[in-house]
Design a binder for this molecule. Structure first.
Ligand SMILES: *Cc1c(COP(=O)(O)O)cnc(C)c1O
Length: 410
């Protein structure tokens, strides 16, 4: 069959994986236990000599179907799902790194990832934070013990776009594992495999699930990294093909031993939500483009951060890499309007910390998700008190424009 488009492919993924009872959704398998009639067969499955299910912490058919769907989305080799996006990041790094190793990471990070990386420092794994929009800064931070380079695609809330292509080439030269958190762009807008990523992280909670009704996370191996060059793979996990070694270790040392397993009900919600990812991404990006064009002309708005605006420092890069510049943007307000009053006046925008939902969401950044950092750290990151972040949803464009208009009116 000819290779079909993103939505046609993922819509029919479950059905093509084997249809039972005519059910076009993969059923929610709630069983934790998998029974075998023949004890020899059970032994063969446990010894990895035969494919099969062992125990619900490691495997579940509903979760396997979602993993396969995400592998298709990312055009990858294999995927492992976790209870949350943070579990996917934390577990993957825990499984692959050892005391004495070093990570180079973008400094423009999701706040909890930043917090996690600081904790790694207390466990003997050092992290150097750099401005990942500039590949030279990444190159200068590489040490003999560097194992991994980690970056997001579009950072939140200021929307810096990492030099994803440049970092990919650098990692290839140095034989480093290149991990890209693709949550903000989603595999619909961007496939990190195209810039040489080794592993791709997605928080399924955000755009992929899309409806704020389930938590989940995933790591996908793109198949590009030569795991025989990675010193930390345990001998036990070097059995199969070399390009599978990394994921075997993430599954065994990570998912199995730490146990941050995605539940089958959540996997089902995420899978159904993901059917419309392409449609939602198109509509939300069109809304964000219309709103940022309007807001960048508004006298009460002093700055708009959105990679789709020509004055954004990485506008050309975003255009070259991504199908769309996404649906997340931030604005700074002038003294003429208070950020709390403005948010309270918005009718269609929900005040909340989440992003990637079908509904438009807004948050006063300095007073909420960046409050714990304190004023100095915020200033160093360019987070001013009036900064408001929006994750735009799929409402009608004219309704959103009217709502922002009335909330900014005198
Ligand atoms: C939300 C988010 C995460 C964490 O995902 P959870 O599912 O909330 O744990 C990781 N990375 C990015 C970029 C995110 O936006």
């Amino acid at each position: 069959m000819a290779k079909s488009g993103f939505t046609s492919t993922i819509l029919h993924a479950d059905r093509r994986g084997g249809i039972k009872h005519g059910s076009i959704h993969k059923p929610v398998h709630t069983s934790v236990t998998y029974a075998y009639d023949d004890a020899r067969e059970l032994a063969a499955v446990f010894q990895g000599k035969k494919p099969g299910y062992t125990y619900g912490r490691q495997v579940n058919p509903t979760v396997t179907a979602l993993q396969d769907k995400i592998t298709l989305m990312e055009d990858g080799l294999s995927t492992t799902c976790f209870a949350t996006g943070m579990a996917a990041i934390g577990t993957t790094l825990f499984a692959l790194l050892r005391s004495g190793d070093h990570i180079v990471s973008s400094s423009f990070l999701f706040g909890n990832t930043n917090s996690l990386f600081n904790t790694f420092g207390t466990h003997g794994i050092d992290v150097t934070f750099v401005d990942a929009t500039d590949v030279d800064q990444v190159a200068q931070a590489i040490q003999p013990n560097t194992r991994i380079v980690f970056t997001e695609t579009i950072a939140n809330p200021r929307t810096q776009v990492a030099d994803l292509q440049g970092i990919g080439e650098l990692c290839q030269q140095h034989g480093l594992v290149y991990i890209v958190d693709n949550t903000m762009t989603t595999p619909y807008n961007f496939r990190p495999k195209t810039v040489g990523a080794s592993l791709v992280i997605n928080s399924l909670t955000k755009y992929i699930g899309g409806h704020a009704n389930a938590l989940g996370g995933a790591v996908t191996d793109t198949g590009l990294y030569d795991w025989s060059a990675f010193d930390n793979i345990y001998d036990d996990y070097k059995g199969g093909a070399v390009n599978g070694w990394g994921m075997t270790q993430i599954k065994k040392k990570g998912l199995r031993d730490l146990g941050a397993t995605l539940g089958p009900e959540a996997a089902h919600h995420i899978s159904v939500g993901s059917d419309t990812l392409g449609l939602r991404a198109e509509r939300a990006a069109a809304n964000a483009a219309a709103l940022t064009a309007y807001l960048s002309q508004h006298p009460k708005v002093s700055r708009v951060y959105y990679p789709g605006l020509p004055d954004h420092p990485q506008y050309e890069r975003a255009k070259a890499l991504f199908r769309h510049p996404g649906a997340l943007f931030s604005i700074e307000l002038t003294d003429a309007i208070d950020c709390f009053d403005f948010l309270n006046k918005l009718d269609l925008v929900i005040c909340t910390s989440n992003l990637g939902d079908t509904r438009s969401l807004g948050i006063p950044v300095a007073h909420s998700i960046y409050y714990e950092m304190g004023p100095e750290r915020r200033a160093s990151m360019g987070i001013v008190d009036s900064l408001v972040r929006f994750s735009i949803g799929i409402e009608e464009t004219e309704d959103l424009l009217a709502d922002f208009g009335q909330a900014l009116a005198d």
